[in-house]
Design a protein around this ligand. Structure first.
Ligand SMILES: [Fe+2]
Length: 278
């Protein structure tokens, strides 16, 4: 029997905004990097550079965007931002690499996001590995009712995930934290129940999220919780996750900002940041 394993790239908190923003070469990009805290106008340059490296060198089984794909899905330009992000990333990413999306608090009204990217609470299976995508809603009370319902459906889906996965490798994607629970504006509304479900499962299932741009890692009662660093702030990161029956290895790629100016495009440099053995 073939062992279940898969490799996937996580990119989070890109905060894309509708073009036109000029596409820069590496020397011009490098010069502009220190200018701002969030590199929103630089995403038109940095994202294709990253996606090219992902497509040609890393070759993952899929790419997952874990929320805040756009800087604002809310205002008049919100729909245009979401559609531009979808079209831009699908055109730039390599042929045939499946793309999955998680709903983030910047990504606009839930219905608008769903209209462009599909369901916000769903499961999928790749190479025998099981995944669940949850919807952590908004930071404000604005859509409290929708967020409570999304939390309820999310925990229902977690139970389904564990029943379907059994002892197979599995992971959960969400924009906010599951752990720690109860942090206003940062924690999933269904966290307490989600933690109980995760801890009751027969084997560790990693929770992989975004939102907190500087990233963090915790292992609590055997459950790994990994918050990836954002794409939009220094050091401009994305991650490769290698999930198998024996564990999860995470390699973080950060933009090599000291690269020689002779090259034409930016390059990301990978280093292993976590190794969880199950
Ligand atoms: Fe966020």
């Amino acid at each position: 029997m073939q062992h279940a394993s898969c490799r996937f790239v996580q990119i989070t908190d890109i905060h894309y905004a509708t073009p036109p923003h000029p596409r820069l070469d590496w020397p011009a990009l490098k010069q502009r990097l220190p200018e701002q805290v969030r590199a929103v106008p630089l995403a038109d340059t940095m994202l294709p550079m990253a996606l090219e490296q992902i497509s040609t060198q890393i070759k993952p089984d899929f790419i997952i965007y874990t929320g805040d794909q756009v800087d604002s899905g809310w205002d008049d330009a919100g729909l245009a931002n979401l559609e531009a992000f979808r079209d831009f990333t699908s055109a730039q990413a390599a042929s045939g690499i499946p793309i999955y999306s998680v709903y983030g608090n910047h990504d606009g009204p839930r219905e608008r996001f769903s209209g462009v990217f599909g369901e916000t609470v769903y499961r999928f299976i790749v190479n025998g590995c099981h995944f669940a995508v949850l919807d952590s809603g908004l930071m404000t009370e604005e859509q409290e009712e929708g967020d409570q319902e999304a939390a309820r459906r999310g925990n229902e889906l977690l139970s389904e995930l564990f029943a379907a996965a059994g002892d197979a490798p599995a992971a959960v994607f969400i924009h906010f934290y599951i752990y720690p629970a109860g942090v206003p504006g940062y924690s999933f509304r269904g966290s307490a129940e989600a933690i109980e479900l995760l801890e009751a499962h027969s084997r560790p299932v990693a929770v992989i999220n975004g939102h907190h741009h500087s990233g963090r890692v915790s292992v609590v009662h055997g459950v790994p919780y990994y918050t990836a660093r954002s794409f939009t702030e220094a050091p401009w990161a994305f991650c490769l996750h290698e999930l198998s029956e024996t564990g999860l290895v995470i390699t973080e790629f950060t933009l090599d900002a000291h690269a020689e100016e002779l090259r034409e495009v930016g390059q990301w440099r990978g280093s292993e940041v976590c190794r969880f053995e199950f």
